[in-house]
Design a protein. Structure first.
Length: 62
């Protein structure tokens, strides 16, 4: 649910429809909470900010 919600590619979550990473909108941790008995329809997403420490984020080059 979390990866499908992101409109970007980041790390191991690559999307052909959104090939680039988007730090402006998605530099945050996605938290998924199961709130019922159904599969994806009962998942609530919330977000926590990323705390910047010693290393600045940068795009990985493979």
């Amino acid at each position: 649910a979390s990866a499908l919600n992101r409109k970007e590619s980041r790390g191991g979550h690559a999307r052909e429809d959104y090939p680039n990473r988007d730090d402006t909108n998605y530099m945050r941790h996605t938290m998924a909470y199961k709130e019922g008995t159904k599969l994806l329809s009962d998942v609530r997403l919330d977000y926590k900010p990323v705390v910047q420490t010693r290393y600045e984020p940068m795009e990985r080059k493979y």
